[in-house]
Each structure stands twice: as structure tokens, then as C-alpha cells.
Design a protein around this ligand. Structure first.
Ligand code: UDP
Ligand code: MG
Length: 324
């Protein structure tokens, strides 16, 4: 049963300072696994250049020239981590039995790749990498990331705690993934929906060995927002609940003020008046904003634009298989 074809998929955005070192470390790892007959000799490492502005693509071409274990895919422009990853996964599924996705900076320990593959050989179709501790992350990153997972859980999204995009997927599950047509892509939420037998591998997360994070706070926030609004209608329900509560309170208040009026106890109610105008106005705007967010999502889905466009491919199908 062993000796299956493994593809690694690595999205890269302006990663020139880490790429060669990453390639070297992965090549060593792969050589060992191939030598042990643990994975097939046709296994490959696929770099997806997500429209980098630096020399990332040149490095990928160079790596491929020197060693055909490295192959590359170039997107026509920057489409973001999730789309780049999907482009890689959808390409890799054509040629492989299983695919592992990971980041170019090797923050996720590559020594557990064997364990992912072992879980696959044990019959698991999806293997999730879960970060044990995040000591090496800054407090801010850890705090925001963990709050995000908790919030998603609270909003009823089936998401795996402290699992990012380090995971193994079998060809079958990738084919299932290709059936998900949504444009607002949040892979961590979609993949548990696929089902099949799955398991978890726990590992420690390291620091980036070079370069800087390509996920500044603004991108992280928009990623979290996309995740929530693509997967949960709870915010809309909360708005409805707030609206109902305010309606009930204002009805009670209305009755109370009528009684006061008849009892002739009214005073000049400027404060309460101005407060309620501002409060209701604020809440209405907030609610409109949230609803607008969902309408924006629908707008995107209806247009169904392609999620990525491949500009160049460093390989052809015939190059990827051993000639007999
Ligand atoms: N990335 C990408 N497109 C982008 C931003 C990031 O392909 O627009 C890639 C990046 O090259 C890296 C991975 O996504 O391989 C994760 O990014 P990073 O390590 O900067 O994120 P962090 O670990 O800080 O969350
Ligand atoms: Mg990183």
C-alpha cells in the first residue's frame, strides 16, 4: 500500500529571502522519505508564486532547472494566500495520491511530514496539523489568533482549534473540495465539511527563520471577517435579537411615558430624547453595515469570478511521471 505519490503545495508571496533555504530543507526531507520507500519517487514539491513582486519566481525556475523535484506555478497576480493555496491544491490533485499544504517560511515543523503520511497510510483521508503551543508567536499574534478560533466556535462554525493550513488531503477529498464553488474562500471552514475519516497531528510552531510576515494586522482582520461572514449567519440573528429587544424596551417605555403624561409628571425630556436618537441611529447603522456585508458576499458569489488565473506552469503532465 505504501509508496504513494506525495505533493507538497507551498504558496509564496515575496518569499525570496526564505525560498532557497526552504527548498534545501524540504529536498533533504523528501530524499530521505523517497530513499526509505515511504513515498514514491515521483513525489514533488510545488511552489505557487502568488504574484510576487520580488525574484520569487526566478528562484522557483532556477530550483526547477537544477532539480525536477521542484515544480512551480505562477499566478497572474497576487490573489491572497487562500486562493494561491487552492490553485496549488487543484493542480496537485491531478498528479498525486496525497497533498500536504504548508507555508514557505517553514514555521510549521516539517519533521512531522512522516506522521502525516503515516496517518494517511492508516486510512485517514484528511490529516490536520495542530499547533501544540504558540510560545514562539508574539503575544499579540497568539491572542488574536486564539480569540478568532474561539469566536468562530461560538458562532457555530466547525473549525479545528489551532489548525492553520498545514494539512494532508487525499486525492478523493481534493476532488470533493473542487465541488465547493464559493468565491469567498475560507479553507479552514470548508474542509471539515467534506467529511471522510480524519485525524490530527500535533506539532510545535517555530519562528519564521527569515523575512517578515505577509499577514499584517489588516489582512488578518479581513481574513477573520471573511471567515465569519462566509460561514455563519449568527451575526444577522444577533442583530434581529437586538432589534427585538429594543422594540420591546421602547414599547414598555412608550406605555410608561403615556402613564406619566396622564399623571402630569412629565419634565422636559431632552436628555432621554437625544440619547435614544443617537443610540437607535447607531444601532441601525451598525445593523445595516452587517447586513450589507452579507449582501456584498452574495454579490461576489453571484459574479462567480475565477478565483485565480495561472500564468505559467513549470511542468507538463508527461514530465511528472517516470517513463517506463
Ligand atoms: N502568502 C501568499 N499570498 C499572500 C500572503 C501570504 O501566498 O497574499 C503566503 C506566504 O508566502 C506564506 C503563507 O502565505 O507562505 C503564510 O504567510 P505568512 O507566513 O506571512 O503568515 P503568518 O505565518 O505570519 O501568519
Ligand atoms: Mg508564517
Amino acid at each position: 500500500m505504501k509508496n504513494k505519490r506525495l505533493y507538497l503545495v507551498i504558496p509564496c508571496y515575496n518569499e525570496e529571502v526564505v525560498l532557497r533555504e526552504t527548498a534545501k530543507r524540504l529536498n533533504e526531507k523528501f530524499k530521505k522519505m523517497i530513499l526509505d520507500d515511504y513515498i514514491s519517487k515521483d513525489s514533488k514539491i510545488l511552489f505557487v508564486d502568488d504574484g510576487s513582486k520580488d525574484s520569487t519566481w526566478n528562484i522557483i525556475e532556477d530550483l526547477n532547472r537544477n532539480n525536477t523535484i521542484f515544480i512551480g506555478l505562477k499566478l497572474s497576480r497576487n490573489k491572497g494566500h487562500q486562493n494561491a493555496l487552492l490553485a496549488g491544491l487543484m493542480t496537485a490533485k491531478e498528479y498525486s495520491d496525497m497533498v500536504i499544504s504548508l507555508d514557505a517560511d517553514l514555521q510549521d515543523d516539517i519533521n512531522v511530514i512522516d506522521r502525516f503520511v503515516e496517518e494517511y497510510y492508516n486510512g485517514n483521508e484528511i490529516v490536520y496539523g495542530v499547533r501544540s503551543k504558540r510560545e514562539k508567536d508574539t503575544f499579540f499574534k497568539r491572542f488574536t489568533a486564539e480569540s478568532f478560533y474561539k469566536l468562530m466556535k461560538a458562532l457555530g462554525v466547525d473549525i479545528i482549534f489551532n489548525h492553520a493550513d498545514y494539512r494532508l488531503m487525499s486525492k478523493r477529498t481534493l476532488e470533493a473540495l473542487s465541488e465547493f464553488k464559493e468565491v469567498n474562500l475560507f479553507l479552514r471552514g470548508i474542509i471539515p465539511l467534506i467529511g471522510f475519516k480524519s485525524s490530527i497531528v500535533v506539532y510545535e510552531r517555530n519562528e519564521r527563520f527569515a523575512g517578515s510576515s505577509k499577514y499584517p494586522f489588516k489582512k488578518m482582520l479581513s481574513f477573520a471577517f471573511d471567515g465569519i461572514t462566509s460561514f455563519s449567519v449568527k451575526p444577522i440573528r444577533i442583530i434581529t435579537a437586538i432589534g427585538t429587544a429594543i422594540f420591546v424596551i421602547s414599547t414598555l417605555f412608550f406605555i410608561y411615558s403615556l402613564i406619566m403624561k396622564f399623571l402630569d409628571k412629565t419634565i422636559i425630556g431632552w436628555t432621554s430624547l437625544i440619547c435614544s436618537i443617537w443610540m437607535i441611529g447607531g444601532i441601525q447603522l451598525l445593523c445595516l453595515g452587517v447586513i450589507g456585508e452579507y449582501i456584498g458576499k452574495i454579490y461576489g458569489e453571484v459574479k462567480a469570478r475565477p478565483k485565480y488565473i495561472i500564468e505559467k506552469k513549470l511542468f507538463e503532465k508527461k514530465d511528472l511521471f517516470e517513463k517506463k
